[in-house]
Design a protein around this ligand. Structure first.
Ligand SMILES: O=C(O)CCC(=O)C1=CC=C[C@@H](O)[C@@H]1C(=O)O
Ligand SMILES: [Mg+2]
Length: 323
């Protein structure tokens, strides 16, 4: 028998990963969730490239899932696809209403738009105006509050915003989502309540959502996303975690392998970077095309300090995975 701490044969060591690692820093067109430069560590394995890019505030226990997802992509590769394109939504950050049209124009053919609402420092009137601007241009609008409202604020805001496809994560907790869901006609989607939970089935058990927004990296990979989607008794939307083209290829592959996919996915966010690590996943006729990605040689690299920070983080998360 192998000693308990011996990695399984498919599990690379942290040194294996760092040997091929590139830490990239991609400038964003518009600030999104407080980020103006998106950093990511990319590494190469026998099956292709993987991405490790947990948001800076995530602790190692949570961030280790993102490493598992990168390792799956680089060492195991994508599951068999059922389709070769995936319909996507345009993603509109919390910008003034008069900037909405220019943002939507970066997603040619998209008929669904996701609008960020409840941005700290802004008012409900800002949200109403931004959503109205989007509604003038596309048939389907969904909004995402990232858990920022109380139950009462959510009920008021949903009434003010009007008809939407769904409201993503109106409040922070599963209990609050369930209360809002009972009080409004609008459909409720869960994102953080799944992405940041130790029990991603809890939203279903609590009757807290109609739709699940699933992201490959925080769920630990394409296969665990697909497995979870199969267990959740609700529609699924696959969304990016502000991934570079490398991470995006795993998101598109997961969406392409889902037996049931009825709604546009949040996989067009490559349009938010001024440049990506490779040819970006461009939206064409409202969809992106499945493909594998290798970073180009001239990717914008992070500073030596930031590179060292990411290498350290990878080592710690790798140790967490091996525990
Ligand atoms: O779903 C989309 O349209 C794009 C991705 C997206 O909105 C997000 C990506 C990563 C972090 C998030 O704050 C945000 C989200 O909350 O869904
Ligand atoms: Mg969200």
């Amino acid at each position: 028998m192998k000693p308990k701490d011996t990695p399984p044969p498919s599990m690379p060591t942290a040194d294996d990963l760092i040997d091929t690692a590139r830490v990239v820093a991609l400038p964003m067109r518009t600030k999104f969730r407080g980020i103006t430069v998106r950093e990511a560590l990319l590494f190469k394995g026998p099956a292709g490239w993987g991405e490790f890019a947990p948001f800076p505030e995530y602790n190692d226990a949570e961030a280790r899932m993102w490493l598992a997802a990168g390792i799956e992509a680089a060492f195991l590769g994508a599951p068999d696809p059922l389709r070769d394109t995936v319909a996507v939504n345009a993603t509109v950050p919390a910008v003034p209403a008069d900037e909405v049209a220019a943002i939507i124009a970066r997603y040619p053919g998209a008929t669904t738009v996701k609008v960020k609402v409840a941005e700290p420092g802004q008012t409900l009137a800002d949200d109403v105006d931004r959503v109205a601007a989007a509604r003038e241009l596309v048939s389907t609008v969904r909004v995402d509050a990232n858990g920022a409202w109380t139950v009462d604020e959510a009920i008021e805001a949903i009434a003010a915003i009007g008809d939407v496809e769904y409201v993503e994560q109106p409040c922070r907790t599963v209990e609050e989502l369930a209360q809002v869901r009972k009080s409004v006609k609008a459909l409720i989607a869960a994102d953080e309540s799944i992405r940041r939970s130790t029990d991603p089935m809890r939203v279903a058990k609590a009757g807290a959502a109609d739709i699940a927004v699933l992201k490959v990296a925080p769920l630990g990979g394409m296969r665990s996303l697909i497995k979870l989607a199969g267990r959740l008794p609700m529609d699924v939307v696959v969304s990016s975690a502000l991934d570079t083209a490398v991470g995006m290829s795993a998101g598109v592959a997961a969406a392409a392998a889902l037996p049931n996919l009825h709604r546009a996915c949040g996989l067009g966010t490559g349009a938010m970077f001024t440049r990506d690590v490779a040819v970006p996943f461009r939206v064409h006729e409202g969809a992106v095309e499945l493909r594998s990605v290798a970073p180009s040689d001239d990717v914008p690299l992070a500073s030596p300090d930031r590179t060292a920070w990411w290498h350290d983080r990878l080592r710690r998360c790798h140790a967490e995975l091996m525990r």
